[in-house]
Design a protein around this ligand. Structure first.
Ligand code: DGY
Length: 331
């Protein structure tokens, strides 16, 4: 970075200490030490004075906010992989560059996806709760007690075969699942061969034939409720669905209905339509052992968050050195 004057960088949430220290060294950084989510008026004030906004997925960076930005705001360097919280078109109209933090969350998110894929059919959290909640006394092992469903030999249908979807496929293959996927375009023959993956041009047809559906596509207007009531109804009553992408990709009300009516056997959800609110009907289904719920923590590792911070720093520095930042997001 060659600029004499350090760019004024407004960071909306608390970041790992090591990241904040680096930000302080390099930039005129305004941090959020106590991690209180910023209100819209606070964000408006920030975009009127900062050169760079570093939001996270909990901030709403919509057209109304972007339109109020001062001319000094040049970069929105999001501390996130997904950018569905940012109106990219509105930013482009104002000549504001947007960047994200891809690649560094792939393995962590895929690990947690597998954890849910294992947890739901094998009743992992239900079993753990029996010993910790002590609602019922454990009478000891019995041949017919706590029976789940076998994972190996089943078919997984991955919706969205990007980086995370592919990382899920690698892990799923190691667990003996056969890999099926639906994507906007086919992955390379080499990847398909390595994963022994079957491509389904028709999402509907894939949903009807697999045992576990894993949602791994980005959230965009085109993928909103991609797993609609009609599509969920195509799934087999013995099948499971796992979502570690974004809540809005699955029609949550329709999913709840399918789970309650036994049209889908179970679900593992790390993301929800109205985060941080979680539909109480899902919580009830969790208490009945039909779903496993996690509080949007699939990518939550210290290493991952530090890597994200490094990416934000590189994007800001490259931008102020007059170059195209490596993780620029185009409209
Ligand atoms: C992201 O950055 O998009 C992830 O969902 C965070 O967990």
């Amino acid at each position: 970075m060659t600029a004499k004057k350090k760019p004024k960088v407004y960071i909306t949430r608390k970041l790992p200490d090591v990241v904040e220290t680096r930000m302080r060294e390099l930039f005129d950084a305004e941090l959020n030490i106590d991690d209180t989510p910023r209100t819209q008026p606070e964000l408006v004030a920030a975009v009127k004075r900062a050169d760079v906004l570093v939001p996270t997925l909990t901030d709403r960076i919509d057209a109304a906010l972007i339109e109020q930005a001062g001319p000094q705001l040049k970069l929105i360097a999001s501390f996130s992989n997904g950018v569905d919280h940012i109106d990219i078109d509105a930013a482009a109209r104002r000549g504001i560059t947007v960047t994200n933090t891809p690649n560094v969350l792939t393995e962590d998110t895929a690990d947690m996806t597998l954890a849910l894929i294992l947890a739901v059919p094998r009743r992992l959290t239900e079993g753990a709760r029996i010993l910790t909640d002590r609602k019922e006394e454990w009478a000891g092992w019995s041949p017919t007690w706590m029976l789940g469903r076998r994972i190996s030999g089943k078919r997984i249908g991955i919706v969205g075969m990007g980086r995370i979807g592919t990382a899920v496929a690698r892990r799923a293959k190691a667990f003996g699942l056969s890999i099926h996927y639906h994507n906007r375009h086919r992955v390379s023959t080499e990847t398909e061969e390595k994963l022994e993956a079957t491509y389904w041009d028709s999402l509907d047809q894939m949903l009807a034939r697999v045992d576990i559906v894993s949602v791994n596509c980005p959230s965009t207007p085109a993928t909103y409720h991609l797993l609609s009531a009609r599509r969920l109804a195509l799934m087999q009553p013995t099948s499971y669905i796992v979502n570690t992408a974004r809540g809005g990709i699955v029609d949550e009300a329709a999913l709840i209905k399918c789970l309650r009516e036994g049209k889908i056997a179970g679900a593992g959800l790390d993301v929800f339509e109205n985060e941080p609110a979680v539909n109480p009907k899902l919580v009830k289904l969790a208490s009945e052992g039909k779903v496993v719920l996690l509080p949007h923590m699939s990518s939550a590792t210290l290493e991952g968050r530090i890597d994200m911070g490094d990416k934000v720093v590189i994007n800001i520095r490259t931008f102020f050195d007059g170059h195209r930042p490596p993780d620029r997001v185009l409209p």
